[in-house]
Design a binder for this molecule. Structure first.
Ligand code: ATP
Ligand code: MG
Length: 402
């Protein structure tokens, strides 16, 4: 199938107002990044936020896959490029019809005549090009209201684009255009999906993972590194903060009421994440929580746990069922890693009957009894956090920061 250029479309919000040039720069960066493996492909930008990719012989299928990872991209159209000449346009229109997966019963032509000097007027072009197509396809009819195929012909000064397909992009906002957030990344199915949604909404994320080495294995850590790398396909690179949580977990287990350990652990996690957020100038915490999914995600627990943080806690999956989350995890490419069996830190300390309705007062009182050691242990965990900068699947580029 011949595709010369890909026309790109962005969300309305991106093209208007004061943020436009900032959004545009961010999206240009992301498009160039995903197109790097296709060195001949070139991004062209024009005024009014129009952009298109010249493939210069690179594979359209590869480019389509790559563009599916650019947030802020609403849709795109693979197009044939030709010169602004009637004969050439007629040929391109036939080519576009011939490459459809099957011949439609109805079609229409939509001309955009950007080049006002082009010898034929728009209405005349509809008639001429429509007639040309009808001559070559038996039984085909024009339907201007609900055509099966809408063949767009955009006649510009130096070139003409012909296209009929519109492929949906991921939508959302350009990465980073809405600021930075810390993603609590567990190694399960949910939190990577939550991270993807946060990025889709324009947040640059940094992942925070709590591990209980040696109770949790090196492989559990590797799993979270791999998940972060998968998410980095959508961002270029992502920082992963690995927080040593063993001391806090074991001391909590010794001191607190057994049924409250999960609640207290999660509050400690939020506090640590918040301190890391402050260091990294992030303004929100993202989690993979989904209302009622497990004992620690009842509304009462969410309330008591969430109060440990003063930053906004974003829970993109809060109203989703597991059965809705799983296909998303498959689609974004994290599912197969998420279902690897290695334990994460919480499963090891799960009590027989965790409280589903904890009282904030009781929890706070328990924490008061831990005043002597807990705040210090939290500070220490932050200090001993190890940070990696991870890129998609390129194991050599691992970079230890602290
Ligand atoms: P997930 O599939 O994301 O692990 P889950 O269904 O297993 O979620 P929980 O284990 O209750 O749910 O965790 C709820 C949320 O708390 C997770 O989505 C994640 O954001 C955060 N979380 C849990 N454990 C960890 C961890 N070890 N490190 C970082 N964040 C964690
Ligand atoms: Mg989990």
């Amino acid at each position: 199938m011949r595709t010369d250029v890909i026309l790109l479309r962005f969300g309305e919000l991106m093209l208007k107002g004061r943020n436009r040039s900032r959004f545009e720069n961010q999206i240009v960066q992301q498009i160039k990044r995903v197109l790097k493996p296709l060195p001949k492909a070139a991004l062209r930008t024009e005024s009014y936020g129009r952009m298109y990719v010249e493939l210069n012989g690179e594979s359209y299928e590869e480019a389509e896959k790559a563009l599916g990872k650019v947030f802020g991209l609403l849709s795109f159209s693979p197009a044939i490029k030709t010169i602004p000449d009637m004969k050439a346009i007629e040929e391109a229109v036939l080519l576009a019809m011939n490459r459809l997966p099957r011949t439609p019963q109805t079609f229409k032509i939509s001309v955009r005549r950007v080049n006002k000097q082009f010898p034929h007027e728009t209405f005349e072009l509809h008639r001429l090009l429509g007639g040309h197509v009808l001559k070559h396809f038996d039984g085909l009819k024009v339907d201007v209201h609900e055509p099966e195929v809408d063949l767009h012909v955009e006649i510009r000064h130096l070139e003409t684009f012909v296209y009929s397909e519109s492929v949906p992009g991921p939508g959302g906002f350009p990465l980073g255009s809405n600021g930075r957030a810390m993603l609590m990344l567990s190694g399960g199915i949910d939190s990577p999906v939550a991270g993807w949604f946060a990025m889709k909404r324009g947040l640059r994320i940094e992942a925070v993972h709590f591990h209980s080495y040696p109770y949790t294995s090196e492989r559990a850590k590797q799993k979270v590194i791999d998940l972060t790398r998968s998410l980095a396909e959508y961002a270029g690179s992502i920082h992963l903060h690995l927080v040593p949580f063993t001391d806090i977990q074991t001391r909590l287990k010794e001191t607190c009421r057994e049924n409250l350990i999960i609640t207290l652990m999660r509050r400690a996690m939020f506090r640590i994440t918040e301190q890391l957020a402050e260091r990294r100038e992030a303004l929100a915490i993202v989690t993979g929580e989904s209302l009622g999914q497990v004992a620690s995600q009842t509304l009462a627990n969410m309330n008591v746990i969430g109060r440990a943080a003063s930053l906004p806690v974003l829970r993109p999956l809060v109203t989703m069922d597991k059965l809705e989350i799983i296909p998303l995890a498959q689609k974004i490419g994290t599912f197969s890693t998420s279902i690897l069996p290695y334990e994460d830190c919480c499963t090891l300390f799960v009590p027989k009957s965790p409280s589903t309705n904890p009282s904030l007062k009781v929890v706070e009182r328990q924490e008061q009894w831990m005043e002597e050691w807990l705040p210090e242990a939290i500070r220490e965990a932050v200090e001993r956090t190890e940070t990696l900068l991870l890129k998609p699947d390129d194991k050599s580029e691992e970079d230890r920061l602290f």
